[in-house]
Design a protein around this ligand. Sequence first.
Ligand code: NAD
Length: 252
Amino acid sequence: MRLKDKVAIITGAASGIGKGTAELFAQEGAAVVVADLPASPGEEVAAAIRAAGGRAEFAPVDVTDAAQVQAMVDGVAARYGRIDVIYNNAGLPQAFTPIEEVTDEYFERLMAVNVKGVFLGSRAVVPHMKRQGSGVILATASTAGVRPRPGLNVYSATKGAVIAFTKALALELAPFGIRVNAINPVATDTPMLPGFIGGGDAEAGRQNFLKTIPLGRLAQPLDIARAALFLASEEASLITGVDLEVDGGRCV
Ligand SMILES: NC(=O)c1ccc[n+]([C@@H]2O[C@H](COP(=O)([O-])OP(=O)(O)OC[C@H]3O[C@@H](n4cnc5c(N)ncnc54)[C@H](O)[C@@H]3O)[C@@H](O)[C@H]2O)c1
């Protein structure tokens, strides 16, 4: 077991990549906090992990709300005595949108979830991790953060920000034994995927994504979960400040 007795918070864990990672982390021995919006199926995800013999609880939280994130993180630290991993994964997609049609509200919402959410989760765990002298902070960025597509203007900016933030934190927190890394998934087969295509033809959109992936398939949540497991585990003990592409060669 690669995360035996570790305590891991995963945001956006009620669906897609976060859900797949929660399941894998629990199989590898971690106590998993399934952090997601109150209206999400987070409780079902946690209950299914418990039914399979794992340790999991649902923590309803909006990652854009500083007070909620702080209370969730401090509650986990109080209940479990430590926080070994936070995976700041919650995010929103952007449908292909010409820049002149992007509204202020849309820009602010995407920044709030995709960037501020990563900042708030990271800031809240750091005092606990500094006290422990160890910890792992992960974030889901995207290939869009390094190889943007036309029409994904704001989304790409949010993911670029997450990558730069990850690298800055990696340097800042290395003296405290805290590693900070990001993962750049290529188009991944989750409920989010149609959100990138918007009102267009979903199958055509999927084929368009596929054409750009040299290995010829979309990512599955388990592909990303395995990368997160590696980065969270002791096997990656000398790895910090990377944005790891899990992309079938798309960014080459
Ligand atoms: N699916 C892809 O093609 C793809 C590709 C690259 C990166 N990503 C990134 O991967 C991450 C996970 O995406 P996914 O594909 O699993 O999507 P998903 O829609 O399946 O899951 C996202 C989860 O985030 C939660 N969430 C959204 N806003 C939240 C908030 N304010 N507070 C708490 N939780 C919130 C949702 O409830 C949902 O459960 C995102 O950051 C996304 O940008 C996805």
